[in-house]
Write a protein that binds this ligand. Structure first.
Ligand code: PMP
Length: 321
């Protein structure tokens, strides 16, 4: 085993595992296990890159306060990096996100502010507006993953190249969700630069505006969904929607059921957004008429959802089973 000098060196270089017990049609489907990052989600990559880019630009230095708006995983990644480097961190998180994420962020020394989940961008109580306001009041640095180029660049420099390298360039499609759009933009730009024929496929929760926007170029009013971390009520600045070739809408019920299935059949305990991604990836695979190699992500660990999707009582109360 490799010996690391620091936990931050362990970010990235996550393994791929083939889905071997579910029907993938004529295709091979691989999960990239982002839950094996030290902060247990794909967001460790961008947390490190966004902080180091701001340091290099002279915008922040250890001792400063950082503020971020997040579904939770960016907060956890940032808490990991902030603790290692000596920053104070304030995390602003909508109240629909799991308690486990809040406890985890707090345990790592960051402060957490919860905001309403039932308001959209532009409302003063929307989590991103609250984060921006707190940063101004505290004289702190607002990281803003939704407009920060270091976010997609982290995926362009690491996630994309790792997939290409590990499959020897034999990649036909990549399925991802959009929260900030960092994964789509970074991985999409890298893979299409290697081979313009690689298909980029969006997995979008029912209620999100993105699938409709991809298909029509028009915005609709956002609904609500239970899956955490993906789906949007606006198009983030860094989200390059032109990279998308196809989009699938997935209901909460299907996403949660696929995630539970992946744990039982494949032994991978992932979070709710991964359920959406894998559900869309399975549908894409089953629709193909020839063999394709398809990659999607296990974005974060299911341990963050033990009180929700992995709890049968919660599943019954919410009529998912
Ligand atoms: N899955 C989870 C669990 C997340 O927290 C996020 C980010 N909020 C994503 C997927 C989406 O990734 P991106 O921000 O790169 O679009």
């Amino acid at each position: 085993m490799k010996v690391y000098q620091n936990v931050l060196e362990m970010i990235g270089n996550t393994p791929l595992v083939r889905v071997s017990h579910l029907d993938t049609g004529p295709c091979e489907l691989y999960l990239k296990l982002e839950l094996m990052n030290p902060g247990n989600s794909i967001k460790d990559r961008i947390a490190l890159k966004m902080i180091e880019t701001a340091e290099k630009a002279g915008k922040i230095k250890p001792g400063d306060t950082l503020v971020e708006a997040t579904a939770g995983n960016t907060g956890l990644g940032l808490a990991l990096v902030a603790a290692q480097k000596g920053y104070r961190l304030i995390i602003v998180m909508p109240d629909k996100m799991s308690m486990e994420k809040e406890y985890n962020v707090r345990a790592m020394g960051a402060d957490v502010i919860r905001t309403r989940s039932d308001v959209v961008k532009g409302h003063p109580e929307y989590y991103q507006e609250v984060a921006e306001r707190i940063a101004k009041e505290e004289g702190a640095f607002y990281i803003n993953q939704f407009s920060n180029d270091a976010n997609w660049q982290a995926h362009f420099e690491t996630t994309g190249p790792e997939i290409w390298r590990d499959l020897n360039g034999q990649v036909d499609a990549f399925v991802c969700g959009v929260g900030s759009g960092g994964t789509l933009t970074g991985v999409g730009r890298y893979l299409k630069q290697q081979n313009p024929k690689v298909e980029m496929v969006l997995a979008d929760p029912e209620g999100s505006v993105l699938t409709h926007y991809h298909e029509t170029g028009e915005m609709t009013e956002a609904g609500s969904w239970v899956v955490e971390g993906i789906g949007e009520d606006f198009i983030p600045d860094i989200c390059d929607m032109s990279l998308l070739d196809k989009a699938y809408t997935v209901s909460d019920k299907e996403a949660l059921s696929v995630a539970r299935d992946i744990l039982l059949k494949e032994g991978v305990m992932c979070g709710s957004s991964s359920g959406t991604l894998i559900a869309a990836a399975l549908q894409y695979c089953r629709e193909q008429t020839e063999k394709k190699r398809v990659v999607t992500l296990a974005c974060d660990t299911g341990n963050r959802y033990l009180s929700k999707m992995y709890n049968d009582d919660w599943m019954k109360q919410n009529q998912y089973i």
